[in-house]
Design a protein around this ligand. Sequence first.
Ligand code: CP
Ligand code: NVA
Length: 308
Amino acid sequence: MLNPIKLASKNFLSSLDISSEEFLYILEIAKNFKNKDLNIKLKDKVLGLIFDKASTRTRVSFQVAMSRLGGTTVDLNPNTSQIGRGEPIRDTARVLSRYCDVLAIRTFNQSDLEEYAKWSTKPVINALTDLEHPCQALADFMTIKEEFIDFKNVVLTFIGDGNNVANSLILCGALLGVEVRIACPKGYEPNDLIINRANKIYKNKNLLKITNDPIAAVKGANVLYTDVWSSMGEENQKEKKDKDFLGFTINQKLVGNADKDAIVLHCLPAYRGKEISDEVIESKKSRIFEQAENRMHAQQALLSCLLA
Ligand code: CP
Ligand code: NVA
């Protein structure tokens, strides 16, 4: 029987907190949870959720994953806790880690997440920051593996804003040796820190490509992926971004330029008619709802390892 392994890192703040071997093992455990071949009970364990931004999938998939593991969750938000009134992270982290066994945090700055991890005595999980969304990427690569069995020769093209979701795809692509192409409008490229980190890991230096040409980027691609144009916290930039991202919609025409067996992914929530057309979301190529389901299995696997 497959057993959760203790991960080398206490925390999961970044996709790079796990090795490629640990990544593949988590995906294997997730598959076993999904197929109901694995039943692990972590009696009485408590996951604390601290969400400074909205969430449907991440919050609920963590809650259900924890309940399937025999544990419970506490859901905190800035309005109902002292966090919104300015209690310092170092105090909140020290108190909550005396009550909870693990914390999942969604916030803006990666440095705030790191501050929680510094002061928490229990594992801290990145449930999305402006820089990374590593739990999303676990589910994304689980979905890709379900489709293509392994990652050999898979070309993943992300079309959209080079921020958190794209950053995590880049880092995981580097870990797993997957060709990742990012197509974004000028000025929306992923940050150099992420690109440099990925290029240090990639054995083949030509596997990460950044371009401003979506049509060229999808040629021969097996996976097309997109995310909202205006992320949480960017509501005041919406008008400008809607203009800047014109031509970067995943529609039938763009899909027609990809490999004939290509699949389409989206982390959700989706804005139909902006980053993706309704037709594509509802098409046979879409694996978007499988991907959303996989959030739960992947996080159940992650929690079982972090609490092993
Ligand atoms: N994809 C994702 O993280 O969704 P939520 O914002 O609903 O959690
Ligand atoms: N880039 C998006 C992802 C949502 C899951 C955001 O940060 O809002």
